[in-house]
Design a protein around this ligand. Structure first.
Ligand code: ADP
Length: 524
């Protein structure tokens, strides 16, 4: 379209005329508004006269691709791209302007639809993401509560287990009872040891999930770990009439490892081999070296594992449905725990089986120390089991508010291990006994009503010569934070209930009670 210097539209094509709804004759600028309204690109803000592209062109501006919205009297609003410029006569006087309008409504509508779809998609994605985050958070919460529950459950189970275990050991050491009911006493001992292992596993699963397990590494001789693990399961193997064959390595194999944890791993593998083999089977434990690695093989002649289940057996709570052997199943955590512990040691674990009825084989590989370095490190301090009679007789004070736990432990210590023992059932009683009895060792429960174990330990340490007594916490709580709190209260050792009576004996053989010098300070 074209206009004269006053903005009177003098020339327009048919399309413009129809589109704008213009009359055929020239249309003065002040009468445009009767036919259409002009807006900015937002479609809502009216253009001022100065902003109208045609007047901008008349003012000498070169207008190029300015987006405007036009709303004609009839028909829907449309978006246009306006370009144009003024033209002059020879003297440079402006005669008028030409404008071209390009209808981009369809493109704008497509763009808007695309943008709306995009925004809608983003909104929906954000909605789903938030939903997923909420579900995830709920799951994490449930998982956390499950771990807390497992830890609490294990702790609560430990309390009643401790006195039962002590009593079983006590009965096993009493010739009269053994003559009368030796089999039953052995059975109680075996089953409580099994229960204690299950409870430990439960506790560990909760702690592994929270990454709370720490290895206490030492230079250890693999043969001694294997020996302990085999001895622990021998009664169970005998009870099922299994033959237990141990093939030791040719030479010594030393590792930098947590002996208790490795015993636990082997114990789990051996217990499974015993459980999943029909009575009268053969279980072989073979230990060897393969280059830098120690290799431990646990093989059985048992019910085997179907090939498709092999990859799953190390998953937590995974159990192969053995049907007839169902009654033998456990909690489904033993192998998961074994794998975590082996991997924490930088090793690997694998399962093999030729299928149902063909027996199973588990292979553990662990990094071994080169022979020379291990030799320089010297033998382990706590090797070998110390026999009862060699325990020095000491004065031991047992402090525990659980009367069964306190009494059974006291009896165990005095009757089997020949110790001189007194019992206190709470903190004040312990402190009252302390002066006259002058114990060399205090075995101290931590969770007691009123004055707890930490307070008792602090009170003992605050007394004259209170630094001389060896204090060992005897508690259901075995996490690193619990050990730290014990140390901070001046406690020398932290034993977790239910303490294996043999371990307690070893502990008593190894601790050094202090020489009676008043200046002696607590160490750990
Ligand atoms: P569970 O407490 O059920 O024994 P584990 O984690 O120790 O849990 O073992 C997981 C599953 O692997 C077991 O339920 C069993 O089905 C299978 N399994 C483990 N060891 C053996 C084995 N020596 N022979 C056959 N199946 C085994």
């Amino acid at each position: 379209m074209a206009c004269d210097a006053e903005g009177v539209l003098t020339l327009f094509n048919r399309a413009t005329q129809e589109f704008h709804g213009l009359p055929p004759e020239p249309l003065p600028a002040d009468r445009w508004a009767e036919h259409y309204d002009l807006y900015r690109a937002d479609g809502a803000t009216r253009l001022t006269r100065e902003e109208v592209p045609l007047f901008r062109a008349l003012r000498g501006e070169r207008v190029q691709g300015v987006e405007i919205v036009i709303a004609p009297g009839r028909g829907p609003a449309r978006t246009l791209l306006a370009s144009g410029q003024a033209f002059q006569d020879d003297q440079g006087r402006t005669l008028g302007a030409v404008m071209s309008m390009h209808d981009i409504t369809a493109r704008k509508q497509a763009e808007a639809a695309l943008r709306a779809a995009h925004e809608d998609l983003e909104r929906r994605v954000a909605g789903r993401t938030a939903e997923l985050a909420r579900a995830n958070e709920a799951l994490r919460g449930a998982d956390r509560r499950k771990d807390e529950f497992l830890a609490t459950l294990a702790h609560e189970l430990r309390n009643p287990l401790a006195p039962i275990r002590n009593a079983a050991r006590l009965l096993a050491g009493s010739p009269g009872v053994v003559a009368e009911a030796g089999g039953e006493v052995e059975m109680i001992g075996r089953q409580t040891a099994h229960l204690a292992r299950l409870v430990d596993d439960l506790m560990d699963v909760a702690r592994i999930n929270e990454s709370k397990i720490e290895l206490r590494r030492d230079v250890v001789e693999l043969a001694s770990i294997v020996g302990h693990a085999v001895e622990a399961v021998r009664p169970a193997a005998q009870a099922r009439g299994h033959q237990l064959v141990v093939r030791p390595p040719d030479g010594p194999i030393r590792l930098e490892a947590d002996p208790t944890r490795l015993e636990q791993v082997l114990g789990n593998l051996l217990t499974n081999a015993i459980k999943y083999t029909e009575a009268g089977g053969r279980i072989t434990l073979e230990v060897g070296r393969d280059g830098d690695e120690a290799v431990i093989l646990v093989r059985d002649t048992g019910i085997g594992i179907p090939p498709e289940k092999l990859p799953e057996v190390f998953e937590l709570f995974a159990q192969v449905d053995h049907r007839s052997a169902r009654a033998e199943g456990g909690l489904g955590i033993g192998l998961g725990l074994a794998r975590s512990l082996v991997e924490m040691h930088g090793g690997s674990i694998a399962a093999r089986s030729d299928g149902p009825g063909a027996g199973s084989e588990f292979e553990v590989r662990l990094p071994a120390l080169p022979v020379a370095r291990a030799d320089r490190a010297g033998p382990r301090r706590d090797q070998g089991r110390v026999g009862g009679p060699s325990l020095p007789r000491r004065r031991i004070l047992v402090v525990d508010d659980n009367a069964d736990a306190a009494q059974s432990l006291a009896k165990l210590l005095s009757r089997l291990y020949g110790q001189e023992v007194r019992v206190a059932h709470d903190g004040p009683e312990a402190l009252a006994i302390l002066g006259a009895f002058r114990p060399e060792v205090v075995l101290l429960d931590i969770g007691m009503p009123g004055m707890d174990g930490h307070e008792v330990a602090r009170a003992i340490r605050a007394r004259p010569r209170g630094g001389e007594v060896v204090i060992a916490a005897l508690t259901g709580w075995g996490q690193e934070g619990d050990r730290r709190r014990s140390r901070e209260a001046g406690i020398d050792h932290h034993l977790v209930k239910p303490v294996d009576p043999d371990l307690l004996e070893r502990f008593l053989a190894e601790i050094r009670t202090r020489p009676s010098t008043p200046s002696n300070q607590a160490t750990s």
